[in-house]
Write a protein that binds this ligand. Structure first.
Ligand SMILES: [Zn+2]
Length: 384
């Protein structure tokens, strides 16, 4: 299912109502969780019935759309299921927690109670039961039928997310085979020698975040200044996430459009052995995981094959003659003392990743040498 995000422009009064609704849903969620925690044997019907009781008890709840409140019961049990699944998969999990104000950000209209009035980009309106009619900016059109609406608060701004039944458009695969080496210096290096570097702006954000985190730790807990810094930090996190997602989407689409086979390394093996970075590494790891995830699903829908290989040896081996030598991290070039090949270390690794994925990692024989006489030829004929 595809979803589309649009900014909302509530006036002051509507902002207050939105806050009130958000808080109402949070209180409902927490009350239902409290009920659930009391139960010795889980009784979903009983939890559901609690909604009625709470509404009788506290008429404020009647100012929130009833289906939206009912959704909180669904949210609770779906959180429970997620937690249970994680546990079954051997992950260490805690218990469901009561949600504080900072942790509750969405109000859900999952079938009814809303209506979007499409006008011009700047004059569209969403009508929400028990909230009112709020201006929205509809800067893009949508495909499919609207199935649900989520109101989201993020960094003091309000957004409307429309969920539709439209399917993601399929990409068309290309006809190349390519190997990819993921790195820190350049984000990725392809076996044809092309490199994609991290967006510069991302590095700048990360630097700012690090220094702001330091500031935050020095500020008094509960002070106004601390809250201010925290809000600014949150905004930055969002920017980083947005920039990175955008970058990952563009890069993976570009790759899938060009290739029928993409060879990548399994993450976590080489990294452990090679990277002396601590902070940078964690950040990069998270982003590589995301990158591979996105690449996999895009490739699948386009019919492009992804082969994941064990990266051991790919850095140390000469991609031309198969010679193996030590490659400490500071050496950016692979210079082979047997065949004389010299190449950027990541480029060399990317070629090896592709070879390994195509089943050709046997350089020991003379034939192997003939198969890949010069890297120039590899990049021109097979890979570009
Ligand atoms: Zn060599």
């Amino acid at each position: 299912m595809l979803s589309y995000t649009f900014p909302m422009y509530p006036n002051k009064e509507q902002r207050a109502i939105l806050e009130f609704t958000l808080n109402g849903c949070r209180l409902m969620y927490n009350s239902l969780l409290e009920e659930l925690k009391k139960q010795e044997k889980i009784d979903r019907k009983r939890v559901q019935h609690k909604i009625v009781e709470l509404k009788e008890h506290n008429p404020d709840f009647n100012r929130v759309y009833s289906k939206t409140l009912q959704y909180e019961c669904y949210r609770l049990f779906s959180n429970l299921t997620t937690l249970r699944n994680l546990k079954n998969n051997g992950k260490k999990v805690g218990r469901l927690r009561f949600k504080g104000k900072e942790w509750f950000k969405t109000v859900v209209y999952n079938q009814s109670g809303f209506w979007v009035e499409w006008k011009t980009e700047k004059r569209s309106v969403v009508h929400l039961s028990k909230i009112g009619s709020i201006k929205i900016k509809t800067h893009r059109s949508i495909d499919g039928c609207i199935k649900g609406l989520i109101i989201k608060k993020s960094c003091d701004r309000w957004y409307m997310i429309l969920q539709t039944d439209a399917k993601r458009k399929n990409l068309k695969q290309g006809n190349k085979s390519i190997g990819i080496d993921l790195g820190i210096k350049s984000y990725l290096t392809c076996s044809n020698g092309e490199q994609v570097s991290n967006p510069k702006i991302l590095e700048r954000y990360l630097g700012t975040i690090a220094s702001m985190q330091k500031q935050l730790s020095k500020k008094m807990k509960g002070s106004k200044n601390r809250l201010k810094t925290k809000k600014r930090l949150e905004k930055l996190y969002k920017k980083v996430a947005d920039t990175r997602n955008d970058f990952i989407h563009k890069t993976t689409t570009m790759l899938v459009k060009r290739c029928k086979l993409i060879a990548v390394e399994k993450l976590g093996i080489k990294r452990m052995m090679e990277q002396p970075y601590y902070n940078a590494r964690n950040i990069a790891d998270a982003s590589w995981n995301r990158f591979l995830q996105t690449l996999r699903y895009k490739a699948e829908s386009a019919g492009c094959e992804i082969r994941e290989i064990d990266p051991r040896g790919t850095t140390k081996t000469c991609s031309v003659c198969g010679n193996v030598k030590d490659m400490p991290l500071y050496k950016r070039m692979y210079v082979c003392n047997i065949c004389g090949m010299s190449m950027d270390r990541d480029h060399n690794a990317a070629i090896n990743i592709l070879k390994k994925a195509s089943g050709g990692m046997e350089w020991a024989s003379v034939e192997g040498m003939k198969a890949y006489p010069m890297n120039q030829e590899i990049s021109d004929n097979n890979l570009r």
